[in-house]
Write a protein that binds this ligand. Structure first.
Ligand SMILES: NC(=O)c1ccc[n+]([C@@H]2O[C@H](COP(=O)([O-])OP(=O)(O)OC[C@H]3O[C@@H](n4cnc5c(N)ncnc54)[C@H](O)[C@@H]3O)[C@@H](O)[C@H]2O)c1
Length: 311
């Protein structure tokens, strides 16, 4: 199907999506409700493209930039698009309002993906025109460095729209994952939620510092996780594969699960303690610089993975 890609909501995530699509050769039309965001948009993207160029992750930043048009209205961005990526604020009424505005503008066959981090699409697309063409396409930040995208249909999403979104994401170099039916938090944030639950609980009970809990991931589990998931990890960690692993260590994991039967909110006192430790390690003023450092590490990792995959 012909047509461009529309980005609606051009903050952190909308900007990242713009790079994903324009880098893949697509014409991209961008709309944000905030004038200031629209005015600064191309300068922000240009800086990110220069950083990517430094790691050989893009060839020609100027050519990519030339494929991006910032629009002054929603209609200008969405009309004629074959795919619309919505990335407005994570609030149901805001998502409802923008989905209702996009629905009547859709060309035949156009698909709308929402970047929502964990709200099922059915919470904001039920009464929308063309609701069978809406689904969730949840990225990880920044999507041009972290390729996974969770594709999550609502109960009324047309299977053709699911196939179309999966195919487009693969075409533009992302790694789509199909979440067959809706669940709060989808897969990624549910996995992260389990890990965070343990991290907060272990810290609260004084078993280790926040730094040492972080190090267990950055110097341990996380090294494998950049190229294999939990099932493949355990499949390789017992001589007889996953079934052997389950026989040897299943009882341990069952005991751990039984010890966590009381879900609790993170208390303000607990948050303050972790915050104290983090702010001693990294003052508030250093957060932006450290985010840049993280993105450069991710770029180096993406370049390494691209090189390994091509061998
Ligand atoms: N930040 C992350 O790490 C991350 C990761 C994955 C998904 N997401 C999801 O992506 C979405 C956007 O998050 P973000 O971090 O980019 O937020 P953000 O605040 O940086 O950007 C949101 C943008 O939406 C614009 N906006 C609000 N209402 C609008 C409207 N009606 N029409 C057009 N533009 C509108 C705002 O002006 C703002 O620029 C959220 O649903 C969020 O949960 C965020």
């Amino acid at each position: 199907m012909a047509g461009h890609i529309a980005i609606v909501g051009a903050g952190l995530v909308g900007g990242g999506w713009t790079i994903v699509f324009a880098r893949a050769g697509e014409q991209v039309r961008v709309f944000d409700a905030a004038r200031g965001v629209r005015d600064d948009f191309l300068a922000v993207v240009s800086q990110q493209l220069d950083d990517l160029k430094a790691y050989d992750l893009v060839d020609d930043p100027a050519a990519i930039l030339a494929r991006i048009t910032v629009c002054d209205s929603l209609g200008e961005a969405v009309t004629g698009a074959r795919f619309i990526q919505e990335s407005v604020l994570e609030e149901i009424p805001v998502k409802q309002q923008i989905s209702a505005a996009i629905g009547p503008l859709l060309d035949d066959g156009a698909i709308v993906g929402s970047s929502t981090s964990g709200i099922p699409g059915s919470a904001f697309t039920e009464d929308v025109t063309n609701r069978e063409r809406f689904l969730v396409t949840h990225p990880v930040n920044p999507p041009y460095l972290v390729p996974v995208v969770e594709v999550v249909p609502a109960p009324w999403t047309d299977p053709g729209a699911v196939d179309g979104a999966m195919a487009l994401m693969a075409e533009v170099g992302q790694s789509p994952v199909l979440v067959r039916r809706e669940i709060e938090g989808f897969i990624l944030n549910r996995l992260q939620g389990v890990l965070l639950r343990e991290a907060w609980d272990l810290f609260e009970a004084g078993y280790a510092s926040a730094e040492d809990i972080d190090k267990t991931v950055s110097e341990g589990l996380g090294l494998r996780w950049s190229f294999m998931g939990p099932f493949e990890t355990i499949d390789l960690n017992a001589p007889g594969g996953v079934a052997d692993y389950a026989e040897r260590l299943g009882p341990l994991y069952h005991a751990i699960q039984k010890s966590r039967t009381d879900p609790r909110q993170w208390s303000p006192e607990l948050i303050a303690k972790v915050d104290d430790e983090r702010r001693q390690a990294l003052a508030m003023g250093g957060l932006a610089g450290r985010r840049n450092w993280r993105d450069r590490r991710l770029m180096a990792l993406a370049a390494h993975k691209a090189e390994q995959d091509s061998q």
